[in-house]
Ligand binder design. Structure first.
Ligand SMILES: NC(=O)c1ccc[n+]([C@@H]2O[C@H](COP(=O)([O-])OP(=O)(O)OC[C@H]3O[C@@H](n4cnc5c(N)ncnc54)[C@H](OP(=O)(O)O)[C@@H]3O)[C@@H](O)[C@H]2O)c1
Length: 248
C-alpha cells in the first residue's frame, strides 16, 4: 500500500514553511517550492519520525503542472490525501501601472495552479483518487479592498470562489476550505514592515497585533483534522480582529 502524504505548496518560506514543519511531526509531507537550497533548510527542521520529499516546480509555468505532479507521484509511489496550497505571489501596483505579466503571474500562482493541482490529485490514475481534504491559503483582502492590491485581491477572491465550487462538486468525499490571514510577518510582507511608519499604522489597526505563521498553522491543522469533519466550503479569517475593527 502506498504511503499517504500531505502536499504543502510554498513550503520554502513563511507561512508554508511553518505549516510544513509543524505537519511533519505527525505526517508524511511533500515540500513544494522552486529553490532546492531553501527546501533543504526546511528539511533540517522537519520531524524525524515521518518522511518528507521535495517537489520542485515553478507554479507560474502552468502548462507543466499536471505532468510534473503526476510524474512526481508515480515516481515516488506515494499518494497525496491532503493539500495545503500556500504558495502565493503579491505585487502591489496601482491600476495605472498594472500589466498583463503581473496579472497572469498572480493568477497562475495563486489560483490556476491550485485548480490544476486539485485536478491531478482527484484522478484515479495519478493519485488513486486518494484526496480527502483541501485547504487554500487565501487572504483577508478576499472580502475587502485596498489601494494597489487589485490583482492580488482579485486572485484571492477567485481562490475562495474556487474553494466553494469544489466544496460542492467534490462532496462528500473531499472537504474544501480556505484560511484568510491578516498581516503576518514573512518574506512577503518584510518590505512593508521595514517602514516603521507603515508598521506602526498597521499595528494600530490590529486589536491582537500582527500575526505569526503559527497562528495560521493552528487553523489549517484544525481544518485538516477530523475535528472539522462537518465543515466544508467556508472562509476562515485569522487576522487578530483586523476585519471587525471600525475604530477611527
Ligand atoms: N504574510 C502575510 O501577511 C499574508 C497575508 C495574507 C495572505 N498571505 C498568503 O499566505 C501565503 C504564504 O505567504 P507568505 O507570507 O508565507 O509568503 P512568502 O514567505 O513570500 O512565501 C511564498 C511562498 O510561495 C512560493 N512561491 C512564490 N512564487 C512561486 C512560484 N512561481 N512557483 C512556486 N512557488 C512559488 C515561494 O517559494 P520559492 O522558494 O520558490 O520562492 C514561497 O514558498 C500566500 O498565499 C499569501 O498570499 C500572506
Amino acid at each position: 500500500m502506498e504511503l499517504k502524504f500531505i502536499l504543502v505548496t510554498g513550503a520554502s518560506s513563511g507561512i508554508g514553511k511553518e505549516i510544513a514543519v509543524q505537519l511533519s511531526k505527525t505526517n508524511n509531507v511533500v515540500l513544494h517550492g522552486r529553490d532546492l537550497d531553501r527546501l533543504d533548510e526546511v528539511k533540517t527542521l522537519c520531524g524525524s519520525k515521518n518522511q518528507y520529499i521535495v517537489w520542485q516546480q515553478d507554479l507560474n509555468k502552468v502548462d507543466e503542472i499536471e505532468t510534473s505532479l503526476t510524474s512526481f507521484i508515480l515516481y515516488h509511489k506515494v499518494v497525496i490525501d491532503k493539500i495545503v496550497h500556500c504558495a502565493g505571489y503579491m505585487k502591489m501596483a496601482p491600476l495605472k501601472i498594472s500589466s498583463l505579466e503581473v496579472l497572469s503571474k498572480t493568477f497562475n500562482i495563486n489560483v490556476i495552479s491550485a485548480s490544476l493541482l486539485c485536478k491531478v490529485l482527484t484522478q484515479k490514475k495519478a493519485n488513486n483518487a486518494s484526496l480527502s481534504n483541501i485547504v487554500f491559503i487565501s487572504s483577508n483582502i478576499s472580502n475587502m479592498g485596498a489601494k494597489g492590491m487589485s490583482a492580488y485581491g482579485a486572485s484571492k477572491g477567485a481562490i475562495d470562489t474556487l474553494m466553494r465550487c469544489l466544496a460542492v462538486e467534490l462532496a462528500p468525499k473531499i472537504r474544501v476550505n480556505s484560511v484568510l490571514p491578516g498581516a503576518v510577518l514573512t518574506e512577503m510582507t518584510q518590505n512593508i514592515f521595514e517602514n516603521v511608519e507603515v508598521k506602526n499604522r498597521m499595528e494600530a489597526t490590529y486589536p491582537l497585533g500582527i500575526g505569526e505563521p503559527n497562528d495560521i498553522f493552528q487553523m489549517v491543522n484544525f481544518l485538516l483534522s477530523n475535528h472539522s469533519k462537518w465543515i466544508t466550503g467556508q472562509q476562515f479569517t485569522v487576522d487578530g480582529g483586523r476585519s471587525i475593527n471600525i475604530s477611527g
